[in-house]
Ligand binder design. Structure first.
Ligand code: NAD
Length: 502
């Protein structure tokens, strides 16, 4: 593994960005928290404080929900035509496009993400989501029902109401637009609770939404902590739906809070421990590249990361050798530098959690063949790590580590691969690498997971519904399924001429 801290003098200037928005965004205004309290957001490259952010709690969530309720019950947003909402969403997208660099900087100093990936993927991906759902906003319609007994009916697709969005820190921009774009297109109003580690870009988006013409009260952003702000949103009697992305443990709490309050529907996009199965006929170099991306992209902080790697026995040794070589060549360091492959983990807690799992892996008897150590003299950097001799029941094969740790395992037959891949409480995604179409078809249908990538990985698109099976949750983001969850169906029935009702 190579280390880059900028001392190589490659001439790259870290962009300087002023942090403009640090207050809560409620009813179209940036305001202090009712309590006057603030919290720190830190730069994972150094651990230093970047900004102090107004800390939303129950009283602030109450105000934000009140604004969203008023905007839903009496405001123009749910009542305007889908075409008009779509035009405003396109304007919002235009504004995001104008600030790509600035927004990418915010996500890098908040989450430690690669700046270049933010610039070419995360922020443009948010724009793509906005435009996808802007195009859908005027195509929301129900069905005509041909009933028996001289009755006729139709269904109306109506916005579900006030939505509470609770999101994690690993993709601050993507998670924001996964939630907000379809809910806005549907005509909902909303309160977004960004993760406490990464509030900066969400507040910037709130400002751009106002500039685009989204009416006050429609989109509120309240940063704060989970047990206070998040819990208040999940249990609020005036919130009609909660759309949550985060860990399985917190997803359970959110569902319970929803059940114990007003029985609001929830959608839960939760954790994962995804398998990638590499068959003997695969090109080893291609498979190693694909697996490297599956494990190490975004320093392993991806719910859909493919970290349980099953390699068929015929190519196992060659695969291990090349995977170790690739891990050793990886450049870890400051995520602003264009040639860096891996930045720091998001914060101290996450960094310590990953190192703890590396320790557990060693104690459980797996063999550490690459990485395994922290690096750099400040910040939260960890070497790309590979374990071999991993057994299915080890913690490093079962628990979501959310860091750059690969667990390598060997298998003999297709049946064994399917059995091993399904031996998990999660079911978010899976990867298959083979040129054999029969194997690809059999395995893709046998794995219980919400997304299967064949000879590719992380092939996301606004048109591809994404969400889990099993403990990875339920409800989809993206695609038309991602719009459907912000709509509810009303059936309207009327007698027709000559019916017994006359
Ligand atoms: P987390 O569950 O700790 O936090 C997620 C959000 O929930 C944060 O905003 C947090 O403040 C809030 N929260 C915490 N306690 C709460 C409570 N009691 N009530 C309401 N809200 C509460 O998750 P994280 O550490 O931020 O993110 C990592 C997790 O997210 C991983 O498990 C990852 O797999 C998952 N994730 C899933 C997807 C997906 O699409 N399936 C995408 C990204 C991340």
């Amino acid at each position: 593994m190579a280390w880059e801290n900028g001392s190589s003098g490659n001439g790259f200037e870290v962009p300087d960005v002023e942090i403009k928005f640090t207050k809560l965004f409620i009813n179209g205004e940036f305001v202090d928290a009712v309590s006057g309290k603030t919290f720190e957001t830190r730069d994972p490259r150094t651990g230093d404080v970047t900004a102090r952010i107004a800390e939303g709690r129950k009283a602030d969530i109450d105000l934000a929900v009140k604004a969203a309720r008023e905007a839903f019950d009496n405001g123009p947003w749910p009542r305007m035509s889908g075409y008009e909402r779509g035009r405003i969403l396109h304007r919002f997208a235009d504004l995001v496009e104008r600030h790509v660099e600035e927004l990418a900087v915010l996500d890098t100093i908040d989450a430690g993400k690669l700046f270049l990936m933010g610039k070419i993927m995360d922020i443009p991906g948010g724009v793509h989501l906005l435009r996808y759902y802007a195009g859908a906003a005027d195509k929301i319609h129900g069905a005509t029902l041909k009933m028996s007994q001289q009755m006729q009916g139709y269904t109306l697709k109506e916005p579900v109401g006030v939505v509470g969005h609770i999101v994690p820190w690993n993709y601050p921009t993507t998670m924001f637009f996964f939630k907000v774009s379809p809910a806005l297109a549907a005509g909902c109003t909303m309160v977004v609770k960004p993760a406490e580690q990464t509030p900066l870009s969400a507040l910037f988006y709130a400002h751009l939404a106002k500039e685009a013409g989204i009416p006050d009260g429609v989109l509120n952003v309240v940063p704060g902590f989970g047990p206070t702000a998040g819990a208040a949103l999940a249990s609020h009697m005036d919130v009609d739906k909660v759309s949550f992305t985060g860990s399985t443990e917190v997803g359970r709490l959110v569902m319970k809070a929803a059940a114990d309050s007003n029985l609001k529907p929830v959608s839960l996009e939760l954790g994962g421990k995804c398998p990638v199965i590499v068959f003997d006929d695969a090109d080893v170099d291609m498979a190693v590249n694909l697996v490297n991306m599956a494990v190490y992209a975004n320093k392993g902080e991806i719910c859909a990361a493919g970290t349980r790697i099953y390699v068929q026995e015929g190519i196992y040794d060659a695969f291990v050798k090349k995977a170790v070589e690739a891990a050793k060549k990886s450049v870890v360091g400051d995520p602003f530098y264009p040639h860096v492959n891996q930045g720091p983990q998001v914060d101290k807690d996450q960094y310590e959690k990953v190192l703890k799992y590396i320790d557990i892996g060693k104690r459980e008897g797996a063999t550490l063949v690459a990485g395994g150590k922290p690096c750099g003299d400040k910040g939260y950097y960890i070497e790309p790590t590979i374990f071999t001799d991993v057994k299915d029941d080890m913690s490093i094969a079962q628990d979501e580590i959310f860091g750059p740790v690969m667990a390598l395992m060997k298998f003999k037959t297709v049946e064994e691969a399917i059995q091993k891949a399904n031996n998990t409480r999660y079911g978010l995604a899976a990867g298959i690498v083979t040129k054999n179409i029969d194997i690809a078809n059999t395995v893709s249908r046998s794995i219980r997971a919400g997304t299967i990538w064949m000879n590719c990985y992380f092939a996301f698109d606004p048109d591809t519904p994404f969400g889990g099976y099993k403990n990875s949750g339920f409800g989809k983001d993206m695609g038309m399924d991602g719009l459907e969850k912000y709509l509810q169906t009303k059936t309207v029935v009327t007698p027709i001429y000559n019916s017994p009702w006359f």
